[in-house]
Write a protein of this length. Structure first.
Length: 120
């Protein structure tokens, strides 16, 4: 499975779902990149604090609430991912409309559940 994934909103705090998602993606051999507010490392993955132009992103999994997502709309669309996963608490009908215009698939799902049920 090589669905290169950007975890947007990655946290160094081990009790955060975004932290656990990075760990589970790595454990499932998914090529992973991460963006967060604080530089650090999770399971060997460096958390970037600058918005980089990542190549070949298949999936962006969001761990930012809808208000915090607005500043990332253009960035996410510019990556041209195949899908966006809106984890619980990140649902955003306004962003769904933008994604539809750009033919980017999205789903309201939980990355951790998708991974644990082999549906990722």
């Amino acid at each position: 499975m090589n669905k290169k994934t950007l975890v947007l909103g990655a946290s160094l705090k081990p009790n955060r779902y975004s932290h656990y998602a990075v760990q589970r993606l790595v454990a499932n051999n998914v090529e992973t990149v991460a963006y967060g507010l604080k530089k650090g490392e999770i399971s060997g993955i460096e958390i970037d604090t600058e918005l980089l132009t990542y190549e070949n992103i298949h999936t962006v999994t969001l761990y930012l609430n809808s208000k915090r997502q607005k500043e990332y709309y253009n960035y996410i669309v510019s990556l041209n991912p195949k899908r966006i996963i809106f984890n619980p608490g990140t649902e955003n009908p306004e962003f769904y409309k933008i994604l539809k215009k750009h033919n980017i698939n999205y789903e309201e799902a939980c990355t951790l559940v998708l991974l644990s049920t082999n549906q990722y």
